[in-house]
Ligand binder design. Structure first.
Ligand SMILES: [Zn+2]
Length: 205
């Protein structure tokens, strides 16, 4: 599997959000949707996009989602019941930037995660990891773990937003510590090895 990391550019790059394109053979999946469509298209390189997988529904991770759906006509995977956050500015945290963003995601494109998700050649283990938000998940594909805003290379995700909970965060961090993987692909900033992530987690559990 080839993984391409694409940085978001909206609001003058301040969010430094990471969108990932994973490619296997002639197929691709996209993880989160903050990056510009044009940059994502370049990374996809004409492969068939099977789905967009969201780590959680915060505006910075879905900023360009509607454009991706229009372009690729693909499904969007989220946790069961999480779709209400698309249209709720407090839940999608867009109130943080002083605006109320409502994302229009066609119902026919919304799919819910199962624990083991198979999309084409991609075998994805979906791990429920609330703490940053109720709907947060980590996605394990082979040795690569996509962690969203659960944990970063030097700190953990915020727990002070709507749906955040430090107790749940700690349980989720423990789960991730037990997991076998090599690289954590974070929702912001830089990717990190498992050893680095484990040393961060130690400070919070
Ligand atoms: Zn977030």
């Amino acid at each position: 599997m080839i993984i391409r990391q694409i940085k978001s550019k909206f609001l003058m790059n301040i969010f430094n959000q990471n969108t990932y394109v994973c490619i296997s053979g002639k197929e691709a999946i996209i993880i989160d949707a903050g990056a510009e469509l044009e940059d994502v298209k370049k990374a996809v390189k004409g492969k068939r996009v099977l789905a967009v997988l969201l780590t959680h529904i915060h505006f910075d991770h879905i900023f360009n989602l509607e454009k991706y759906i229009n372009e690729f006509d693909c499904d969007v995977y989220i946790k069961n019941g999480a779709e209400k956050s698309f249209k709720n500015a407090r839940e999608n945290a867009s109130v943080l930037i002083g605006t109320e963003l409502k994302f229009k995601v066609p119902e026919k494109n919304i799919k819910h995660y199962t624990e083991n998700l198979k999309l084409g050649e991609f075998n994805i283990k979906v791990i429920s990891t609330p703490g940053h938000t109720k709907d947060s998940v980590c996605l394990l594909i082979d040795d690569d773990l996509f962690v969203g805003d659960l944990v970063f290379s030097d700190t953990i995700g915020r727990t002070d937003l709507v749906g955040g909970d430090m107790g749940e965060m700690q349980e989720s961090l423990k789960k991730i510590k037990e997991l076998s993987y090599k690289t954590a692909h974070t929702g912001h900033y830089v990717v990190a090895k498992k050893e680095t992530i484990d040393s961060v987690i130690k400070n919070y559990i």
